[in-house]
Ligand binder design. Sequence first.
Ligand code: XLS
Ligand code: NI
Ligand code: NI
Length: 438
Amino acid sequence: MSESFFKDTAKIPFEGADSNNPLAFRHYDATQMVLGKSMAEHLRFAVCYWHSFNSPGADIFGAGTYDRPWLTEKSLLQARTKMSGAFEFMEKLGVPYFCFHDRDVAPEGDTLKESNENLDQMIGMMEEEMARTGIKLLWGTADLFNHPRFAAGAATNPDPQVFAYAAAQVKHVLEITHRLGGANYVLWGGREGYDSLLHTDLKRETAQLGRFMQLVVEHKHKIGFTGTILIEPKPHEPTKHQYDYDVAAVYAFLQKFDLQDEIKLNVEANHATLAGHSFQHEIATATANGLLGSIDINRGDPQNGWDTDQFANSVEEATLILLEILKAGGLGNGGFNFDAKIRRQSIARDDLFHAHIGSMDVAAQGLLNAARIIEDGHLQELLDARYAGWQGDLGEQMLAGDLSLQQISDLVHSQNLNPEPVSGRQEMLENLLNRYIY
Ligand code: XLS
Ligand code: NI
Ligand code: NI
């Protein structure tokens, strides 16, 4: 075992809301029971390998700034150093899960065979670290966007050989995810979109993508993987337009290829805002259609139009999304994956701890607030009252299809219906919500 990388930081304790220790949880108490389940079971936090251990902290104008000695050379030796640093970090933070891309954990070789061999070696070490720490895999995924071969997309590439290469890569990572007991397998559309319609056959490309997803589902059943396959919607970046634009677009896509009962969604906060939605909207749309699988928690910057992937820090947003999640019965197989990166100037080793601690506390506050809202039931009563009319004969008959347009019209005229507007009470409800936000 290599020497401890995060040696200056001890295991992060829970110290309660009055603590002044910045390296302690103030709200996240893994064992605290909330609505019959522990906080750890509700939130199922996962650290993401790519931003936290594989990114050098570069941006388009500047080189890497982070202190990540294992990134200086692409070798299996460095991949091992990285993995022991990653598990040391996760263990000290006290998270139950992690997520990774194939290329985050092992260097790419000259051929797919060589890349797979590198990966398999690292998966052996990963299994040992998982057994040693008890940390589990929330999801695995394949990097189908970094290498230049994927510049014009993976499944949606004009060259069928690239489709085949991507399929072979996904097959291997899906099998590894299965072997590691992963709870889910994620497919983010990377470059499955276009930069210009002048060189893009949109109809053909989306058909390719549909077939690709069907192949993944077929193989999942063939190998007996019982985790959930998840698509992660994103509207653009790196492409100008991505086919898995948002939850609604992916739902239509799944139905077209008869995959709506096979694939769920991994909803990311910053992708929601890039698509012009709120995170709460995307989660509500997913739960309304039985599609919520897991979430990538982060945030964008209101002044920037790209995926800044900052650590989530809004208690109000956390409360609103947890309300949707709790109302839907929880995340099931899913979890809260920190698809977030520290800022380029955050170069101290413990900055990674501060970032995660802050977001975990925010999620815990959101959970506690949402649970109180549910227990009080006041917001729900007001919502029910707003729709109470639909419990009457008119509402029920219209929805059940018992009345035609002609019959409804006859009824309006014979009964002289003249509905009165009622207040939507938005400001009152916003004030009520604020009473729960601590
Ligand atoms: C990029 C995506 C990516 C996926 C995993 O914007 O969020 O990180 O979560 O491929
Ligand atoms: Ni993202
Ligand atoms: Ni993501």
